[in-house]
Ligand binder design. Sequence first.
Ligand SMILES: [Mn+2]
Length: 280
Amino acid sequence: MSHRYRTIWLSDVHLGTSGCQAGFLLDFLKHNDADTLYLVGDIIDGWQLKKSWYWKQAHNDVVQKVLRKARKGTQVVYVPGNHDEAARQYAGLDFGGIAIRSEAEHRTADGKRLLIIHGDEFDGVIQHVKWLAYVGDSLYTLILGLNRHYNWLRHKLGRPYWSLSQYLKHKVKNAVNFISDFEHILAAEARRRGFDGVICGHIHKPEVKDIDGIVYGNCGDWVESLSALVEHHDGRLEVVYWTQLAAHAADMQSQPATRPAAADTLAPQAAQQETAPCAS
Ligand SMILES: [Mn+2]
């Protein structure tokens, strides 16, 4: 079972962390090929590697597989993200057939111009609400207590009631809307720069949709979603999930005994992992 697309976009692989599902990605790369492969940032997690070295054979295999694709004629473009920002200093250079660019432009088969960026550049815009995503229950309870005391004081001073908890709830709601904000900001940036769409990563939320007439695509990640964004030969974009592809491959085999070992050994359930809503 192997599939050839016009384009494949991958992001947020986080090689060098224990969370990286390198085995699944390796399987995906074995069975899926493209004329052009974009690596849309956070491919190697330099932040984590600096803290503690984690590098398994499967991580090497992924790198080798990508280099091999480049040798075999796949055009590989690497747009670094914030976790592999060290690679940004090499933007404009080519190594082993891999073009490193701070951003890229892709034209689809049906003529759409897409901006390819990781997306962390826009964190600053939404940063003011981001930290609230990490506010836990205990802190919320504390805030409710503070609110009660604060309003008792306000009452004593003859001031009207003001709900700190309502105010913060509104802020937390904004934090939960981080994904939506991110998507809209990226789409707006693509529009501002005259592109028909944008392909990014960073927020670990695979997606392809229309936002006010702009194509918004997000590759997802290989920590929890196990997803890639692909372009079919007619220019149609689609999010593909490794779990679906593996299940499909298994279905194609009528004889369970001849089922490829990969589909059995790489059970999708292994991908369970908790991540913060705006893990970046
Ligand atoms: Mn990122």
